[in-house]
Design a protein around this ligand. Structure first.
Ligand code: PAF
Length: 309
């Protein structure tokens, strides 16, 4: 069902005869034909955009997607424009055969895995910058990252034309950027796509599932649990009245003591605008953290409630 080779890319649609494998040239046309055929009877199509290296968190997204639509499409594209020059683009795990088998077992209708040339043909010169919500946190630590995410997600929406798209809340800032981009560029329903955020799927010890967890050595993996544990402690402190500055200082110290090398940020922020908060207010708040252990950067976020509300 899945073709490989020099220019061949993976594309499979179980419902459509003759569209089992596609060459790079014309791939987008064939995707559009497949999408048109899947939706011509009024069926709803859900899209789960991914960079592959699928884990249980992605599968939870696929299953949730099936509750929102008649057919589920998954995209796998390791997007070079969202990686900085010193980041892990080349090392990013790629396992198309295993991913494809997992998606097939989930009954996914369509796997869209364009090549870099299809996504960014010669002369490609456009970029989407979502100001404000992109600026802090991962945007500050990874300049240009969210421009790359917004641009590729906008392209994926236009390519697949889904009725609904699902993203994990683990990348909370990414979800906020995508929502803002879709709102600003009129990509959301009734014009186009509903965006659904899915709560973070965690390992049994609380570590958020991530394709990057596989970079961790056994020792680092054990230490990594200090991230969700430390966040829960900080949230309990803030909710009990400790100042966020103090609770976040305690969290930084706990992470360093556990073996983390660097904390990129640990902050309380408005859950929607991501504006940093010095204290709990009535609006929904989120604790956002990115920290590095060895060469691996882990991110996580959790809600913080205002008990006075
Ligand atoms: O979250 C991801 O896997 C990626 O950032 C996304 C949304 C697929 C865009 O490349």
């Amino acid at each position: 069902m899945v073709a490989r080779g020099g220019h061949l890319r993976y594309y499979r649609c179980r419902f459509i005869e003759g569209l089992e494998s596609v060459q790079t040239l014309g791939q987008l046309d064939m995707l559009r034909t497949a999408v048109a055929q899947l939706t011509q009877d009024g069926s709803r199509l859900a899209l789960v955009p991914t960079m592959g290296a699928l884990h249980e968190g992605h599968i939870a997204l696929v299953r949730e997607a099936a509750r929102h639509a008649d057919h589920v499409a998954v995209s796998i594209f390791v997007n070079p424009t969202q990686f900085g020059p010193n980041e892990d683009l080349n090392a990013y795990p790629r396992q198309m055969a295993a991913d494809s088998a997992m998606l097939e077992a989930e009954g996914v209708a369509l796997l869209w895995a364009p090549s870099v040339q299809v996504m960014y043909p010669q002369g490609f010169a456009s970029s989407i910058a979502v100001e404000g919500v992109s600026a802090g946190f991962c945007g500050a630590a990874r300049p240009g990252h969210f421009d790359g995410v917004a641009t590729v997600v906008c392209k994926l929406f236009h390519q697949v034309l889904p009725h609904v798209a699902l993203f994990g809340e683990k990348d909370w800032q990414q979800l906020a950027v995508i929502r803002a981009m879709a709102r600003d560029l009129d990509l959301t329903r009734p014009h186009m796509t509903d965006i659904v955020g899915m709560p973070t799927v965690r390992e049994s010890d609380g570590l958020a599932m991530s394709s990057r967890n596989r970079y961790l050595s056994a020792e680092q993996r054990m230490a990594a649990v200090a991230l969700p544990n430390g966040m829960q402690n900080a949230i309990a402190q803030i909710e009990a009245g400790t100042s966020p500055a103090r609770a976040l200082g305690n969290l930084r110290e706990a992470l360093k003591a556990a073996g983390f090398d660097r904390v990129d940020y640990a902050a309380l922020a408005d859950a929607d605008t991501l504006e940093p908060l010095d204290e709990l207010e009535t609006r929904p708040a989120r604790l956002l953290v990115a920290a590095r252990i060895g060469g691996t950067r882990l991110i996580d976020n959790m809600p913080v409630n205002n008990p006075a509300k």
